[in-house]
Design a protein around this ligand. Structure first.
Ligand code: SF4
Length: 384
């Protein structure tokens, strides 16, 4: 294969979503388990909202590990390819100069251990930044087993770093990837990222800012509950300032030990995202989420709506008096909507529900849970 064909081949190993970079990351392994044929450069939206053409690819699809869910596990009959760092960086910069790719998400299979593999990823990014002058977006994977100095170097080169926890704890990880070590290999690098952010001035980063950090889980791959996943997610938000956790519903891959395990409903992935945003952005505590008896979130209900139906129907929120933290708990009102309400209140009270529509509030969703000037919406009153 020539270099471009190899790049197409390797990037095709990464399952891509065309909408946002964040979605492109939402896969459970160092790579995606979804073997797609078409992948190269895709439109993506960065965490700052900017849209770019993102190349999401592997430096190598060779791997010495044997994670149960992964198409790239050692010994599986699968075509592999590898780039050397210099070769890869030179190829990418040509694409960049031709305006064919503006950013990169770079991962790799493990060959020769985590330290050696990490060095190759770092060398690739280092050549791009310091030899070829690339100033665009780089998302670098941290390999299991990487050293703290390597994490620091990755943070000096990248805009975002990530390491996939895959499962919420040691016990669950053993069912997915028995040779990965949850605390030392996977969680520790996320802790290092935050330690470095706290102890080293941000100007040591490549653009004067430290990168954000993210992780991802194989939802349902180890029969774990949503409560387990979200407990770990909440801990990561609070303790290592994780920007975001990604969830990817387990999907079986042929010729792997989990090939006969049933696929997980993608709606579960959606509910986990909704719940994680409630924890991260809406001031909810884990105990407030509407877990069922099996410690999972109901699939048939948006968790914010379920909470509101239990807690706000009898005690609706007065739009003209509520604080922001109360407003954002109302279905249909997000942080921007709450800010708009506060601004409108400073300019005069809101007199009726229809005033909220002009502020971008989804009033159909919000109506059952709010009072406007002490009054319920007439339609809502007919419900009681
Ligand atoms: S380390 Fe595990 S998940 Fe990553 S590529 Fe290798 S087998 Fe797949």
């Amino acid at each position: 294969m020539d270099a471009i064909d190899r790049l197409k081949f390797l990037s095709s190993q990464m399952s891509l979503e065309a909408d946002v970079e964040n979605r492109a990351e939402a896969h459970p392994t160092c790579f995606s388990p979804k073997e797609k044929d078409q992948a190269f450069v895709h439109p993506a939206q960065l965490p700052n909202g900017k849209n770019i053409l993102l190349l999401k690819t592997l430096l190598s699809s060779a791997c010495e590990r044997d994670c149960f869910y992964c198409p790239f596990r050692a010994g599986r009959d699968f075509r592999r390819a590898t780039f050397k760092p210099e070769e890869f960086a030179n190829l990418f910069i040509k694409l960049n100069q031709a305006s064919a790719a503006e950013g990169i998400f770079l991962s790799s299979g493990l060959a020769g251990g985590g330290i050696r593999t990490q060095d190759k990823l770092l060398d690739s990014a280092d050549i791009l930044r310091n030899k070829l002058g690339f100033r665009g977006y780089i998302h670098l994977k941290i390999m299991p087993g990487a050293e703290k100095a390597q994490v620091y170097r990755a943070m000096q080169l990248a805009d975002r770093v990530s390491i996939n926890l895959e499962a919420p704890n040691t016990n669950r990880l053993s069912k997915l990837a028995p040779h990965k070590v949850f605390l030392e290999e996977l969680l520790q690098p996320l802790k290092w990222v935050d330690e470095i952010r706290k102890s080293v001035p941000a100007y040591k980063g490549w653009n004067g800012r430290w990168p954000s950090s993210v992780t991802q889980f194989v939802a349902g791959g180890a029969d774990e509950s949503d409560l387990e996943l979200l407990t770990t997610t909440e801990w990561l938000h609070k303790n290592v300032r994780l920007s975001r956790a990604y969830f990817s519903a387990f999907s079986p891959i042929r010729d792997t030990p989990l090939e006969n395990k049933a696929a997980v409903d993608p709606l579960r992935e959606h509910r986990l995202y909704q719940a994680s945003f409630l924890l991260r952005d809406y001031g909810f505590d884990l105990e407030e989420l509407p877990f069922a008896g099996d410690s999972n979130l109901p699939l048939d209900s948006d968790p914010k709506l379920a909470w509101a139906q239990k807690n706000l129907l009898e005690q609706p929120v007065e739009i003209n008096r509520a604080e922001k933290r109360e407003l954002i708990r109302v279905p249909g009102i997000g942080p921007k909507g709450a800010e708009a309400i506060l601004k409108a209140r400073r300019e005069g009270s809101l007199r009726e529900l229809s005033n909220l529509r002009k502020l971008g509030i989804a009033i159909q969703r919000a109506a059952p849970f709010v009072l406007v000037n002490g009054k319920r919406n007439p339609q809502q009153m007919r419900m009681f």
